[in-house]
Design a protein around this ligand. Structure first.
Ligand SMILES: Nc1ncnc2c1ncn2[C@@H]1O[C@H](COP(=O)(O)OP(=O)(O)OP(=O)(O)O)[C@@H](O)[C@H]1O
Ligand SMILES: [Mg+2]
Length: 283
């Protein structure tokens, strides 16, 4: 078999970045793959030259240009991990929350509105968390109409969840193929130690919820944020290809995962995955 060709669409990593992605790129090259970083771009590119030239692309969200380039490759039939439509759905909290609800994942009651003031009557039943509907920005807990009046979202849609006071730390769940990893982390996280968190053993209930999230989007490379409140678990967020901080050997496991998908693409075999092809949502 010829060497698999893999293209990476990555965010800009500064020299102080502790991202695992540069190690993943190196590990794939060491394993014999031909690896190119397609984005960040080194220079202006003639759009008509953007063609599928790799067996597989890795799309790590964040930059809007990388997302547009992924869309351009998707339209030309590229194999992308995670697939372009799934990455787009997972960047939009409104879409991802409804998909998770439909898959029977326990989530806080979730509201959408055109202006923050429309949420005021909901505060009578308790606090809300307002979140940017797409990536970036910070979540805000709102308890009173006065606090609500201070929320500025420009013209973005308003996305809010019922606030459930968490018992203890966040349960982060990371998934790489068949493997699930639980890591407890405080929120917010500042130090390197806090970002690495502390591994914990997933209960069967949390494993089941995690699998359900993957099946809902037909992917098996993702992360979730779960809080426990009043003895109940709530999935408050899900991400495509998260940072995997605190997952033992994450760079190696990710490199193996990508190599496997790329090899299958070279051989014309479909990507293998326990979690995929279930709900039909993206078909
Ligand atoms: N509905 C909620 N009730 C209680 N706490 C919540 C709720 N939603 C979020 N949180 C807390 O806020 C944290 C951040 O929420 P979320 O993951 O939605 O935002 P984020 O901007 O994506 O943050 P991160 O990048 O850390 O994942 C959660 O890990 C949790 O501790
Ligand atoms: Mg999150």
């Amino acid at each position: 078999m010829r060497r698999p060709r893999i293209g990476f669409l990555l965010p800009h990593y500064g020299s102080h970045s502790r991202s695992y992605m540069p190690s993943v790129v190196r590990a794939l090259a060491d394993a014999g793959a031909e690896v190119d970083v397609i984005h960040p771009l080194e220079r202006a590119v003639d759009l008509s030259q953007v063609r599928v030239q790799h067996d597989m692309y890795v799309l790590r969200q964040m930059s809007r240009l990388s997302l547009s380039l992924a869309g351009v490759l998707h339209e030309q039939g590229a194999v992308i991990v995670n697939p372009y439509p799934v990455t787009v759905a997972l960047r939009d909290r409104v879409i991802k929350s409804r998909v998770l609800q439909l898959a029977g994942v326990p989530t806080p009651t979730t509201y959408v509105a055109s202006t923050p003031s429309q949420l005021a009557p909901l505060l009578e039943e308790g606090p809300l968390v307002i979140k940017p509907y797409q990536e970036g920005g910070q979540v805000k807990i709102v308890r009173t109409p006065a606090e609500l009046a201070q929320v500025e979202l420009d013209r973005d849609p308003v996305f809010a969840q019922r606030y459930h006071p968490p018992q203890g730390r966040d349960c982060k769940i990371y998934v790489i193929g068949e493997q699930l990893f639980g890591v407890k982390k405080v929120f917010p996280r500042r130090t390197q130690e806090e970002k690495l968190g502390e591994p914990f053993t997933l209960t069967p209930e949390l494993s089941d919820i995690a699998r359900r999230c993957g099946r809902a989007f037909e992917i098996d490379l993702y992360g979730m944020d779960v809080i426990e409140s009043d003895g109940k678990a709530y999935v408050v967020d899900m991400d495509s290809i998260p940072g995997y901080k605190g997952v033992p050997d994450a760079p190696l496991l990710l490199a193996r995962y990508f190599y496997d998908v790329a090899e299958r693409a070279v051989e014309g075999r479909p990507p293998s995955s326990g979690g995929r092809r279930d709900s039909g949502y993206f078909h």
